[in-house]
Design a protein around this ligand. Structure first.
Ligand code: C2E
Ligand code: MG
Ligand code: MG
Length: 705
């Protein structure tokens, strides 16, 4: 202290005693003096930090006594360096050892000095356990987050506010195929294909412009060039000073999910057999195209295609072959239209075609013709080629209808018209068709009500044995007297009943009435000595296909006590063409019980001899169309004669239908026809009238002589 000191310091030194006391008595910083490896002095705070009473440290303990075992070397080195004169001051932290054995983390600042003329160290010491703990907690948290990010199976990445990668997890390295070292510092443009990079960059910018979170679907390129569908979840993070630090992102791969969704959608919207859009998707497309056409003032054509006689092919060749045929038919229809047109399969053998924007009907017609042409060629099936044809209905927007449903109906009606006109052709929708369809609908509703009210009656028409003139059978014919329409012909309401599924109910009502009448005539015949009169009931093919009506009918006969021999079933040729084994079984079951089977309208259908044998038919009914011109038409006469001769050879009996004249009767009698039915004998009549007719018809050869 020889150099003159500025006044403040001199003053300070003057006050040194006071100042030092203040320092030593502070409650925060421990103060110590070490000499010869021992504490010469410690203040109260220092003793307190280590858990001692003030008097227990100075003169008793050395610095190493207050140092945790692991840090003693460090402490010794630091003390020696100063004591030996190497360094003047030292500043370090270490774990202190408390009197109770606990540890306390402390930081010391010590300087070399002299005390009582000998080297010493004076220093200050602070308890920094709290600060250390906070630091540790932060470190642990970082380690935890690091582990967490690595553990996440999804790719995770972080970028700075300039969009440069800061890092990523292992999943990201594997997913993108880039090592972390190569990634850090790069941008999306360095590691992704240009189109994707541009997309990511734009998204990043949008997020940085409006910090927060962001989710979007995009794709990611794999190292092999393939692309994956992903969802990006991103969020910005801030720096300590509150400025934008960058973003962190997670990638969720949704490729499989999308594939499954697509598959489910395909299956829900396509016909599994042909792969064509199904009814639902076709409807969607139709509605979509209708809206477009409406906006642009365009036209649109809808084609309904039904394969003619598909059922027969299906039955004859088996269902697998039928499936193949449908696939091929779908392919051929597709080949006739443009890529942008929609071909759908509504089910069964019904296909639809949507032709938007064909202004000229000629074009639509040409396509319909092409389809008919394409379908008419043989279709190769495993066993033998099959031949089908197509009936097509055409409806147009806006001419015929404006709504999808209505347009479908129009095309459907037009298709039925094409079928009715002889099949293998197309028909346009016309308002007359609509009218007819509407009438059918009303007729159907009325018929439903009539059946529910039991208003369907039965008339009986005699079938006469030609040799004797005796009435041997009565054909039961359904009769419906409508309060407003008057008498509705079965030729009109039977097809409607078949179409809307009422034929079972109708057939049952007729059968029960007929069976009741048959039972009466059966008993009367026995009582009066008149020969038996069988009742002949018509049964349409549909009645054989579903349900167990054959059993119900047989049960009913048993229940009322009528022998099955008193009943004749009139079936049509189309039933015999049905190859389903259960059809034949049902028929045979009825025959075995004694019911006679009669083939109605013979000559109008396929008339294949093989079927007659296979089904063991008892009686043939020659159709009225051959009887009508018997007297004048040589070929009709030849046909009738041939049928009679053939039937007799096969052991069958023959009924001629629709005999109206004496001349017809003579020809038939000469040809050996067994029985006749027609207006010449009697018109169909109510049951009571038939009773009278029978009574009057007692004598052999009595009528219509
Ligand atoms: P179908 O079985 O061939 O019946 C004979 C039809 O010819 C009857 O017509 C009958 O009235 C008519 N007919 C009889 N004799 C003559 C004649 O000399 N000249 C002319 N021009 N016609 C004659 P209907 O009663 O109008 O029945 C029409 C068709 O409706 C029947 O033809 C039959 O296929 C069907 N049908 C009638 N009732 C039933 C029924 O209960 N169930 C089923 N599934 N079909 C029935
Ligand atoms: Mg009949
Ligand atoms: Mg007939």
């Amino acid at each position: 202290m020889d150099a003159p000191q500025p006044a403040p310091l001199a003053h300070l030194l003057n006050q040194a005693g006071e100042l030092l006391r203040g320092l030593l008595e502070n409650e925060l910083i421990g103060v110590y003096v070490i000499q010869n490896g021992r504490f010469r002095y410690v203040n109260g705070r220092l003793a307190e930090i280590f858990g001692y009473a003030p008097g227990e440290v100075a003169g008793h303990l050395g610095p190493l006594d207050l140092t945790a075992a692991g840090h003693r070397d460090l402490a010794r080195r630091e003390i020696d360096r100063r004591v030996d004169g190497g360094t003047v001051s030292a500043h370090y932290a270490f774990d202190g050892l408390r009197k109770d054995g606990g540890l306390v983390h402390v930081e010391v600042f010590g300087v070399r000095t002299t005390f009582d003329g000998h080297p010493a160290i004076i220093g200050m010491l602070m308890d920094i356990s709290d600060r250390r703990a906070a630091e540790r907690a932060a470190e642990e948290q970082l380690r935890f987050i690091g582990r967490l990010v690595e553990t996440i199976p999804n790719p995770v990445f972080y970028k700075d506010a300039e969009g440069r990668y800061l890092g990523c997890n292992q999943a990201f390295e594997q997913y993108i195929g880039i090592a972390r070292d190569e990634l850090v510092g790069r941008s999306v443009f360095d590691i992704s294909p240009p189109d994707l990079a541009a997309r990511y960059h734009a998204a990043d910018q949008a997020l940085f412009d409006k910090p927060g979170t962001q989710t979007y679907e995009a794709s990611v390129a794999w190292p092999d060039g393939s692309r994956r569908d992903v969802v990006f979840y991103k969020a910005t993070f801030d720096k300590a000073d509150g400025s934008l630090g960058g973003l962190v992102g997670v990638i969720l791969d949704i490729t499989e999910r999308k594939r499954t969704e697509e598959l489910v959608w395909r299956q829900a919207n396509h016909d599994l057999l042909t792969g064509l859009p199904n009814r639902r998707l076709f409807r969607d497309r139709l509605e979509h195209e209708l809206r477009t056409a409406h906006r642009h003032g365009d036209t649109l054509a809808l084609l309904f295609i039904d394969l003619d006689r598909f059922k027969e092919v299906n039955d004859a060749h088996g269902h697998d072959a039928g499936d193949q045929l449908l696939v091929e038919a779908g392919r051929r229809i597709r080949s006739c239209v443009r890529e942008s047109d929609t071909v759908g399969r509504l089910g069964g053998d019904e296909f639809t075609v949507l032709l938007p924007g064909l202004d000229d009907p000629i074009h639509v017609e040409r396509i319909a013709e092409e389809i008919i042409q394409a379908l008419s060629g043989p279709i190769v099936l495993p066993n033998e080629p099959a031949y089908v044809s197509a009936s097509i209905g055409i409806a147009s927007y806006p001419q015929d209808a404006e709504r999808a449903e209505d347009l479908m109906k129009c095309a459907d009606q037009a298709m039925y018209a094409a079928k009715a006109n002889g099949r293998n052709r197309f028909s346009y929708f016309t308002p007359a068709l609509q009218q007819k369809a509407l009438e059918q609908l009303h007729l159907g509703n009325d018929l439903r009500a009539a059946l529910a009210a039991g208003q369907i009656g039965v008339h009986y028409q005699p079938i006469v044995e030609l040799a004797t003139g005796r009435v041997v059978k009565a054909e039961a014919l359904a009769r419906w007297h409508h309060p407003l329409r008057g008498a509705v012909s079965p030729a009109q309401f039977i097809p409607v009943a078949e179409e809307i599924g009422l034929i079972h109910a109708l057939g049952d009502q007729v059968f029960r009435q007929a069976a009741a009448a048959a039972l009466r005539w059966y008993r009367d015949a026995a009582a009066s000595g008149r020969g038996p009169v069988k009742v002949s009931v018509n049964k349409s093919p549909r009645q054989f296909v579903t349900g167990s009506c054959h059993e119900d009918w047989l049960d009913h006969l048993t229940a009322i006590g009528l022998p099955a021999e008193a009943i004749v079933l009139e079936i049509t040729e189309s039933l015999l063409l049905d190859e389903r084994p259960e059809i034949r079984e049902k028929l045979m079951q009825m025959k075995e019980r004694g019911i006679e089977v009669s083939l109605d309208d013979f000559g109008t259908g396929y008339s294949a001899m093989a079927y007659l044998k296979r089904f063991d038919i008892d009686t043939l009914k020659i159709d009225q169309s051959f009887v009508r011109d018997l007297e004048t038409d040589e070929s009709d006469r030849a046909i009738a004669e041939a049928i009679i001769a053939m039937a007799h050879k096969l052991g069958m009996r023959v009924v001629a239908e629709g005999i109206e004249t004496r001349g017809q009767l003579d020809v038939l009698t000469r040809s050996g026809c067994d029985m006749g039915q027609g207006y010449l004998f009697a018109r169909p009549m109510a049951e009571a009238a038939f009773d009278d007719f029978l009574t009057r018809d007692g004598s052999p050869g009595g009528r219509p002589a």
